[in-house]
Design a protein around this ligand. Structure first.
Ligand SMILES: Nc1nc2c(ncn2[C@@H]2O[C@H](COP(=O)(O)OP(=O)(O)O)[C@@H](O)[C@H]2O)c(=O)[nH]1
Ligand SMILES: Nc1ncnc2c1ncn2[C@@H]1O[C@H](COP(=O)(O)OP(=O)(O)O)[C@@H](O)[C@H]1O
Length: 202
């Protein structure tokens, strides 16, 4: 069976990563969306084990020490990390895996798993990013400002990703990511043709 693609989706807070990942999953339930571990407290409506595994700092650092995370980073003032085992199980089962993680995490995934696909989501404009964060209403003005400052740093790194997709309309962003999956599967290094091997060696 062919190994699935490891897709990393990053981009500034409020750009629409969560929204786009949910829409991708709705269209293709065979995708495995990795559930991260975090020390951030849950937001209203977030469920443990579904949105994140919410853990104490002590437990998080224990997972790091045991090598249970594929990557981890400190984002804002919390720790976030990707549990390793479920990602590799899903890839081995031929499923594409989505990691919705920050840019530092994306670079670490590239170090640990070269064949990953890094996709950066950008907002149509800076003003639209601010408006989306305000509309979501999950942070107070101070926390929002902090995220926006961080967003500038993240945006400055978009060119180090394999793909940059502007999240104008969710449907178009989903279509672009689906096109990336198709193109990545067609890359020559990911393909083997037993009949051709026989022909050339015979
Ligand atoms: N490196 C890393 N970053 C993560 C992980 N999970 C989430 N993040 C990132 O942490 C940041 C904060 O996430 P969150 O608190 O859910 O806020 P939101 O992105 O504004 O909804 C975002 O950039 C996420 O992509 C992870 O497992 N590893
Ligand atoms: N393409 C889009 N156009 C307009 N609003 C969007 C779009 N994508 C997401 N949003 C909205 O922007 C806000 C932030 O989206 P969210 O998925 O929480 O971002 P992130 O996970 O990147 O922090 C939400 O209120 C969401 O409904």
């Amino acid at each position: 069976m062919k190994t699935g693609l490891l897709l990393v989706i990053s981009g500034p807070s409020g750009v629409g990563k969560g929204t786009v990942c949910r829409a991708l999953l709705e269209k293709d339930p065979s995708i495995y969306l990795s559930v991260s571990v975090t020390t951030r407290p849950p937001r209203v409506g977030e469920k443990d084990g579904q949105d994140y595994f919410f853990v104490s700092e002590e437990r998080f650092l224990e997972m790091v020490a045991r090598g249970e995370l594929l990557e981890w980073a400190r984002v804002y003032s919390f720790y976030y990390g990707t549990p390793k085992a479920p990602v590799f199980e899903a890839l081995a089962a031929g499923r594409d895996v989505l990691l919705e993680i920050d840019v530092q995490g994306g670079f670490k995934v590239r170090e640990n798993y070269k064949d990953c696909v890094l996709i950066f989501l950008l907002p149509p404009s800076w003003e639209e990013l601010e408006a989306r964060l305000v509309r979501r209403g999950t942070e107070d003005a101070q926390a929002r400002q902090f995220r926006l400052n961080w967003a500038k740093q993240e945006l400055s790194l978009y060119h180090r990703y394999d793909y940059a997709v502007v999240n104008e309309r969710v449907e178009d962003t989903v279509a672009a990511i689906e096109a990336i999956r198709v193109a990545e599967r067609c890359r020559s290094h990911r393909q083997q043709f037993p009949w051709l091997k026989t022909l050339l060696e015979g």
